[in-house]
Design a protein around this ligand. Structure first.
Ligand code: C2E
Ligand code: MG
Ligand code: MG
Ligand code: MG
Length: 292
């Protein structure tokens, strides 16, 4: 906390530092308030089978609703929430949002779609969070539809995640996905020990994949790796027809997620725009396929 109790202390804080500290305090305050008032909601982004364009799952992506109604993306508050020790509470709020939205999810995408949630690496290695979190997922009554997305660090850093936590989730039928794969610090030998169900290839490798031979090489390596380890591969951040066409023509990658198919959607909006479930599903857009 910035204190101007004496002239000497004030000298250490020039005006801009003080402004910064004040701004941070304000964000901190509004984040704490948002949690108290449960002012979080989820946008859901479809995961798509690129052969059939069927939606196989949705990922819940948290949003903060400011007291003035402005919607904030997670980049503005997730790290801070983690720093302040508020992320566990926030994650339980996301789970509660999913439970609240389950009828809309089913209406929009079908009753078998998986539901992915993001968990910060720091949480993933903490049994004190993960045990009650697993119980909360079990209590939803549909644990088998859940998939937990964690980044590579959770697997690589020596924590309780692999030995203690993963078996609990496995027993519940909850699947595990490695998010943002390829940009972390995991070495190939570390990967040999990972037991996950899905690998999500980071967007940075998918962007313009059709024109980037080096990314293509990495993609091929990830593909054979995941095949050997029995993991499903999904491409994240697919934005263009050309990227999709490349995946279809040159790889066996079957699943993708990205603006090309759909941005994260507020399901209430979907319902307003297309009250009938069939229309909601069609709301993904009848995109041209490479064959077309
Ligand atoms: P992520 O889990 O890797 O999610 C993908 C992010 O990329 C999302 O941003 C999504 O909206 C965006 N995205 C999806 N397709 C495209 C595309 O085609 N192009 C581009 N440019 N972007 C695309 P979002 O919703 O802002 O979330 C950012 C990150 O915040 C997430 O990355 C995740 O790490 C974190 N996050 C979101 N919700 C939660 C949560 O409930 N808990 C935790 N711990 N983290 C969360
Ligand atoms: Mg994710
Ligand atoms: Mg990701
Ligand atoms: Mg990413």
């Amino acid at each position: 906390r910035v204190k101007n109790g004496s002239k000497g202390a004030a000298a250490f804080f020039d005006a801009s530092m003080e402004r910064e500290a004040l701004a941070r305090m304000k964000i901190e305050q509004s984040l704490r308030l948002a949690i108290l008032e449960k002012r979080f909601c989820c946008a859901f982004q479809p995961k798509v089978d690129i052969r059939t364009q069927a939606v196989t799952g949705v990922e819940a992506l948290v949003r903060l609703r400011d007291d003035d109604g402005v919607i904030q993306a997670p980049s503005t508050f997730i790290n801070l929430a983690t720093e302040l020790g508020l992320i566990d509470e926030l994650t339980h709020l996301v789970l509660a949002e999913i439970v609240k939205s389950i009828d809309l999810i089913n209406d929009s995408f079908g009753p078998d779609t998986t539901i992915s949630m993001n968990v910060a690496a720091k949480q993933a290695g903490n049994p004190e969070f993960m045990r009650p979190f697993a119980e909360a997922i079990e209590a939803t009554g549909f644990p088998k539809r859940f998939m937990i997305e964690v980044t590579e660090d959770a697997f690589v850093t020596k924590t309780h995640f692999q030995d203690e936590i993963l078996p609990i989730f496995r027993k519940l039928g909850v699947r595990i996905s490695i998010d943002d794969f390829g940009i972390g610090y995991s070495s190939l030998s570390a990967l040999a020990d990972i037991t996950a169900d899905e690998i999500k290839i980071d967007r940075s490798f998918i962007t313009d994949i059709h024109k980037r031979p080096r990314s293509q090489g990495i993609l091929r390596a990830i593909e054979s790796l995941s095949e050997a380890l029995g993991m499903t591969v999904i491409a994240e951040g697919l934005e263009s027809f050309e990227e999709l066409a490349y995946l279809q023509a040159a790889t066996k990658i079957r699943y993708a997620q990205g603006y090309y198919f759909s941005k994260p959607i507020f399901l209430e909006d979907l319902k307003l725009a297309a009250p009938r479930a069939s229309e909601a599903r069609a709301g993904l857009g009848s995109r041209p396929t490479p064959e077309a």
